[in-house]
Design a protein around this ligand. Structure first.
Ligand SMILES: [Zn+2]
Length: 459
C-alpha cells in the first residue's frame, strides 16, 4: 500500500517548505521538496485528544454551573446506562476530534455498572469503525462518590463501593486480553480515576497490570482545591508525593489537569518523566483553576492537551483547547519569553501526546519512518486566509471546517472534509432521535452533599 500526498506545505526550521510526502505500509516513507508549486494545504502530524470521557457527550450543554465535586454528582445521577449510547457518543467523540486535527483519542471511559466489558467492547467497536487511533482507559475507582470530598471537621463515613477492588482489576485484565492490540490502533490503559476515589490497593493493582502487559497509565491528578485538601487528609502529604511513593508515576503515565501542584510536586513530575494533560476549557468551566503549565515546561515536564469530557467543555474541539491552553498563560505568567508560541503548541499537541503514551519513536512528527497519522488543512478556507503564517492562524484564529484530509496508520479516513469510514448523517440523526430538549434537572446527590461541600470549602 503506497500513496503520495502531493504539493503540501510542512513546517521546517526556518519557515515552511512545499513537499510531496510518500506513505508506504502505514509509514512516512519519503518527504521530497517540490520547488515550483504553490501549496494550498498544510500537512501536520495528527494531534492527541489526550484526555476525554466520550459518553459525557449525552449531557453536554445541560450540566449545571457547578464545581467538579458537585458537577460529578449530577453527572453520575444522569449518566447513560445503555451501550448503544456509549457507541454513538464514542463515534461522535472520534468524529469531532478528527475534524479538529486529532488522530488519537484517550478515552477515560465511564463503565456501565454490571456491563463493564460490554462498555469497553462497544467503544472499541466504535473507534475501529471510525479508524481513529484509540487509547481506551476504562475509568475505575473503588470508593464511593462522597469520599471525594474532604471530611474537614466532620466524621464522615462512606458507603462501600459496589464492586470489590479485585473484581475491578479482573475486568481490566480481561479487557487487556480481549482488546489491547496496539499494532491495530487499539490500546487499553490502566486508569484509576484519581486519588480522590481510589485506594492504594487499586493503584498498586494497576501498576502491576501496567508492568505485566506493558500498558500506559492514566489518571486525573489534583484537578481541584478540594482534592489538594483531601490528599492531605488521606496521606498527610501531597498527592504527587504519595503517587511517587507507591510507584504510579513514570514515562508512560499521563495525568489529567494537574492544577494544584506545588514546586516540589512539579520537580517530582519532571524527575519521573510523567506527562501533564492540560484541559483548559474544563478547568475554566468547572472553576477548577489554571494549571501552572509554563512552570511545567520550564521544569522540563512534558505537556499535551485534552478536551476532557464533553460535559465539562462542552465540545470536543481540539483546536479550541489548544488555542485556549496556549494563550491562557499569558495572563498568569508575566514573563512573555515563556509564553507558548503557536509552533510550540502544535508540538505539544502532537509529539507531546505521543511522548506521554510512550510512542514518541512512532508518532507525533513528520519524520520518515514514523507512522502516517496525518492531518491536511485547507489553506484556502476563509478562516485561514489571507496567507500569513499558517500555523499561527491555525492556533490563534478560529479555524472552521479546515480539515481537508486525515490518515491514521496511512489509511485515509477523511477526504474532502468528510469522514469516509462511517455515515455521519446517520450518526447525527441517531443523536437527535435519542435525546430531547431539556432545561433543568434536579440531582438528588447534589442536594445531599452540597451543604457539606460548602462547609469544608469555607463557602
Ligand atoms: Zn476527566
Amino acid at each position: 500500500m503506497s500513496l503520495m500526498i502531493e504539493n503540501v506545505l510542512i513546517p521546517v526550521e526556518d519557515g515552511y517548505a512545499t513537499v510531496n510526502v510518500q506513505v508506504k505500509d502505514g509509514k512516512i516513507a519519503a518527504i521530497a521538496p517540490q520547488i515550483d508549486a504553490i501549496a494550498t494545504k498544510l500537512l501536520l502530524p495528527g494531534f492527541f485528544n489526550a484526555h476525554t470521557h466520550s459518553s459525557e457527550m449525552w449531557q453536554r450543554g445541560i450540566m449545571s454551573i457547578l464545581p467538579l465535586e458537585l458537577w460529578l454528582a449530577e453527572l453520575y445521577d444522569f449518566a447513560p446506562l445503555d451501550t448503544e449510547q456509549v457507541y454513538l457518543s464514542a463515534l461522535g467523540t472520534a468524529v469531532e476530534t478528527l475534524l479538529s486535527g486529532g488522530t488519537s483519542v484517550v478515552d477515560h471511559l465511564v463503565l456501565i455498572p454490571g456491563q463493564e466489558l460490554e462498555t469497553i467492547a462497544t467503544a472499541v467497536r466504535a473507534y475501529r469503525e471510525v479508524g481513529i487511533r484509540a487509547f481506551i482507559a476504562p475509568l475505575i475507582q473503588d470508593e464511593s462518590i462522597t469520599a471525594s470530598i474532604p471530611s474537614g471537621e466532620s466524621t464522615q463515613t462512606h458507603e462501600p463501593y459496589f464492586r470489590s477492588t479485585a473484581a475491578t482489576l479482573e475486568i481490566i485484565e480481561e479487557a487487556v486480553r480481549q482488546f489491547h492490540r496496539p499494532e491495530e490502533g487499539v490500546n487499553i490503559l490502566v486508569a484509576p480515576t484519581g486519588i480522590q476515589l481510589c485506594s492504594d490497593a487499586l493503584f498498586t493493582g494497576c501498576i502491576e497490570l501496567s508492568n505485566r502487559y506493558n500498558l500506559c497509565r492514566h489518571a486525573h491528578l489534583l484537578e481541584t482545591k478540594a482534592q489538594e485538601k483531601l490528599a492531605q487528609e488521606k496521606y498527610g502529604c501531597t498527592a504527587v508525593e504519595h503517587l511517587k511513593r507507591i510507584g504510579f508515576l513514570g514515562d508512560r503515565t499521563t495525568l489529567a489537569h494537574c492544577v494544584w501542584l506545588n514546586d516540589a510536586d512539579i520537580a517530582i513530575l519532571a524527575q519521573t518523566q510523567s506527562t501533564v494533560v492540560h484541559n483548559p476549557l474544563s478547568n475554566l468551566r468547572l472553576g477548577s483553576g489554571i494549571a501552572p503549565i509554563l512552570k511545567y515546561r520550564q521544569a522540563g515536564v512534558n505537556v499535551t492537551f485534552g478536551c476532557d469530557g464533553a460535559s465539562s467543555n462542552d465540545s470536543q474541539d481540539l483546536l479550541e483547547a489548544i488555542k485556549i491552553g496556549a494563550i491562557l498563560h499569558n495572563v498568569t505568567d508575566s514573563d512573555y519569553q515563556h509564553w507558548i508560541t503557536p509552533r510550540q503548541a502544535v508540538e505539544m499537541a502532537s509529539l507531546g501526546g505521543a511522548t506521554g503514551l510512550n510512542l514518541a519513536d512512532k508518532l507525533g512528527s513528520l519524520t520518515v519512518g514514523k507512522q502516517a497519522d496525518l492531518i491536511l488543512y485547507d489553506l484556502t478556507n476563509l478562516s485561514l486566509l489571507p496567507r500569513t503564517d499558517p500555523i499561527g492562524l491555525l492556533v490563534l484564529g478560529r479555524p472552521t471546517n479546515v480539515v481537508d484530509s486525515a490518515w491514521v496508520n496511512g489509511k485515509q479516513i477523511i477526504a474532502n472534509g468528510k469522514i469516509t469510514t462511517i455515515d455521519v448523517d446517520n450518526l447525527r440523526q441517531e443523536l437527535f432521535n435519542r435525546s430531547q430538549w431539556e432545561t433543568t434537572r434536579k440531582s438528588q446527590t447534589v442536594a445531599q452533599i452540597e451543604a457539606h461541600y460548602r462547609q469544608v470549602m469555607g463557602l
